[in-house]
Design a protein around this ligand. Structure first.
Ligand code: FES
Ligand SMILES: [Fe+2]
Length: 381
């Protein structure tokens, strides 16, 4: 049997890091299905990166909370008595039980196992029957509070505390999205979903316009067809493109008064690396926070935030339902792609479409190539 040997993803990344790849091409299939890639990604993209856990308005009052697991780390997202949004470890300091489940409002977090009780800022308030003779230092038993950053109403967390400054890394994307004022929008609905595909396939798919017309012929194509996509320049922590609306598309009122005429007639597609993708439309935003749960599976905590005047009419809910329908179209395609990547005749390295359509994927590869310290790949010719 003769077929092209599959180049290694390490060699391809190394060539990209050295600037030797002249023609933008898809990565070798192994980039998406080799279990070893995941270890690199978790260490060099996710643990030291910024991951979106949701929106600040999902916990509007002190004591509001919701739980979320990311990269195997159980988290509780809450608002403390000083009105500060916090992301706490949801693991009891006594013997490791998970503390809170689901979402709600609570004045304190009590572990169901032996009833150690924590304040909203994580401090240990009570530990039954543990008097001073046990030597328990309550100050040392606070739930760890992760480093967070709030951006346009979205809450990001850095799990290892060593990420570069969030504001610096996304600075270049702000001019494209600030006028939509997502910090004034309200979350319609958000929650986690699990897909049986590699996480990069979904992130890349969300951020390329090449598939809009063929995959979303009756949903997104009438609004923002492939041929009107226009890439913007990426930066160290992001990439994006403008999905311009067709002339005969009505647009999406109500608009924030700060938006320009152009901004009222496009969806700004944004990817904040590694896993936050969003479509900023004039009156609503579809957002996703994608993390791997294995080489062949992902979690996406996705939702919709909308202008407050779209709720009463039911339009906000319609936006969410609409996102659900085009997400389903994407999922069907990506399950097929994931399967195709593990076949003998597909070696990867298919040519990418021009920058306006798939240039964002090429930007993403550059970002990964810079962050993965693959010594062998850097030397490989
Ligand atoms: S494990 Fe939480 S109180 Fe014992
Ligand atoms: Fe899509």
């Amino acid at each position: 049997m003769i077929y092209a040997p599959t180049p290694s993803w390490q060699a391809a990344l190394g060539a990209i890091a050295r600037g030797e790849e002249q023609t933008p091409r898809a990565m070798p299939a192994g980039f998406y299905n080799d279990p070893n890639v995941l270890d690199f990604e978790i260490e060099h993209l996710f643990l030291n990166g910024w991951l979106c856990v949701g929106r600040a308005d999902e916990v509007p009052q002190p004591g509001d909370y919701f739980t979320l697991e990311m990269l195997g780390e159980p988290l509780v997202i809450t608002r403390d008595k000083d009105n500060q949004v916090r992301v706490l470890s949801n693991v009891c300091r006594h013997r490791g039980s998970i503390i809170m489940k689901g979402s709600g409002n609570s004045a304190k977090f009590t572990c169901p196992y032996h009833k150690w009780t924590y304040a909203l800022d994580g401090k240990l308030m009570a530990a039954p029957l543990m008097d001073e003779s046990t030597g328990l230092d309550t100050k040392a038993c606070a739930l760890p509070s992760f480093r967070t950053a709030e951006w346009m109403g979205y809450v990001f967390v850095n799990l290892d505390g060593k990420a570069e400054d969030f504001a610096d890394s996304v600075q270049g994307i702000n001019p494209y999205v600030k006028n939509y004022h997502n910090e004034e929008m309200l979350t319609v609905q958000a929650g986690p979903e699990h897909w049986p595909v590699n996480w990069k396939l979904l992130a890349e798919n969300f951020l390329e316009g090449y598939h809009l017309t063929p995959v979303h012929l009756n949903t997104l194509h009438p609004m923002c067809p492939t041929k009107l996509c226009e890439k913007v320049e990426g930066g160290p922590g992001f990439t994006g493109y403008k999905a311009h609306y067709s002339d005969n598309f009505e647009g999406r009122a109500p608009f924030h008064p700060d938006t320009t005429e152009e901004e009222r007639n496009l969806s700004m597609m944004v990817w904040i690396y590694p896993g936050f993708v969003a479509a900023f439309s004039p009156n609503s935003t579809v957002f996703m926070s994608i993390t791997p749960t294995g080489p062949d599976s992902l979690q996406t905590r996705w939702g919709v935030a909308a202008h407050k005047d779209t709720f009463e009419s039911g339009e906000a809910q319609q936006r969410y339902d609409f996102a659900g329908s085009f997400n389903a179209e994407d999922k069907e395609r990506l399950v097929d792609v994931h399967k195709g990547l593990s076949t003998t005749r597909y070696s990867g390295r298919g040519h990418l479409a021009p920058a306006d359509y798939e240039g964002t994927i090429w930007d993403f590869y550059q970002y990964v190539a810079k962050r993965l310290p693959i010594e062998s790949a850097r030397k490989e010719q």
